[in-house]
Design a protein around this ligand. Structure first.
Ligand code: SAM
Length: 293
């Protein structure tokens, strides 16, 4: 990808910050210490019966005592509104994939896979990976997905979910890059550096911002609610800059997830068309090439 010079974001941990990392028996100790060093938080080794280690069964901490926990079951964020762990095999997303996800799904159609037995659009840059559910669904449909996440805690949860995923499930089609998607699109090296090969150009860039309406929606999934306590909303000027870069670098299309009824991400740039994604969601599609397959 070619270089350009954009101003880049402030503290990605501007939302809620974990106070500490609690490490239970059987957790990968070296990885835990490395994560705590990067997040600049203390590590505490605790016994298996520590009240906060139970993930879903763990006690919610005080609002000021959000923690990360790492057990044999994986890394979890335990915030005031509950716990979040990325589980691609047992969780809701894994179940959906096992039941068979269709290329007729709204997200798949918006990305450009619709109705084709062999997807023609394969290289997707998920610029706002979050907990990786959309990225996982797209990789399950055969896309080669680079998932970029700038929030270090969310990224660590995603990386851990991918680490626990058996190799034969996606066969390397979903790779996580830590950092800001604007930097990745502008050609800055990724972390780790080999996630985006030099000749890898996204055909589609997918953007799913944390939008204000979603914060209020009654139907928001529980892990998304919990994530909202952790991740600050992106300011409009940042999203406009991300869309602009995406439009310049996606060889076929850019897809932006929006709440139903909300205006397009940037009033100055009209989508080519939209795909309805159910009662609450719409996908705005910006075709960047004349080849629309
Ligand atoms: C609504 S969540 C995405 C949910 C995701 N589609 C999923 O399926 O789990 C938005 C995420 O985008 C991340 N984000 C926002 N702007 C970003 C940027 N410029 N680069 C990388 N990540 C970004 C936020 O930290 C947040 O985790």
């Amino acid at each position: 990808m070619t270089q350009s010079h954009e101003s880049l974001p402030g503290d990605p941990l501007a939302g809620q910050r974990p106070r500490r990392l609690l490490v239970g028996p059987g957790a990968p100790v070296d990885e835990a210490h490395e994560l705590a060093r990067r997040l600049e938080i203390p590590v505490e080794s605790v016994p298996a019966d520590h009240p906060q280690l139970g993930g879903a069964r763990g006690h919610p901490p005080d609002p000021d005592d959000a923690s990360l926990t790492w057990t044999v079951e994986g890394l979890a964020w335990l915030g005031p509104s509950g716990h979040v762990r990325v589980d691609f095999t047992d969780g809701r997303v894994g179940r959906r994939v096992r039941q068979g996800i269709s290329a007729r799904e709204p997200l798949a159609r918006a990305i450009g896979l619709g109705g084709r037995t062999r997807p023609r659009i394969r290289r997707v840059l998920d610029a706002t990976a979050g907990l990786g559910r959309d990225a996982f669904l797209l990789a399950s449909l055969g896309c080669d997905v680079v998932a970029v996440e700038r929030h270090p805690v969310v990224g660590a949860l995603l990386a851990d979910g991918l680490r626990r995923l058996p190799d034969d499930v996606l066969e390397g089609r979903l790779r996580y890059a830590a950092g800001d998607a604007r930097e990745v699109l502008a050609g800055h090296p990724t972390d780790p550096p080999d996630v985006v090969p030099a000749d890898w150009q996204p055909e589609t860039v997918y953007i799913d911002p944390m939008f204000p309406a979603r914060r209020k929606a009654a139907l928001v999934k529980k892990d998304m609610q919990t994530l909202q306590g952790l991740v600050p909303e992106s300011p409009e000027h940042e999203l406009a800059a991300l869309l602009d870069l995406a439009l310049r670098h996606a060889s076929r299309r850019v897809v932006v997830k929006r709440p139903t009824g909300a205006p397009a991400l940037d009033a100055a740039t009209r989508p080519s068309h939209a795909v309805t994604g159910g009662r609450t969601t719409r996908y705005d599609v910006y075709v960047t090439s004349t080849n629309t397959d």
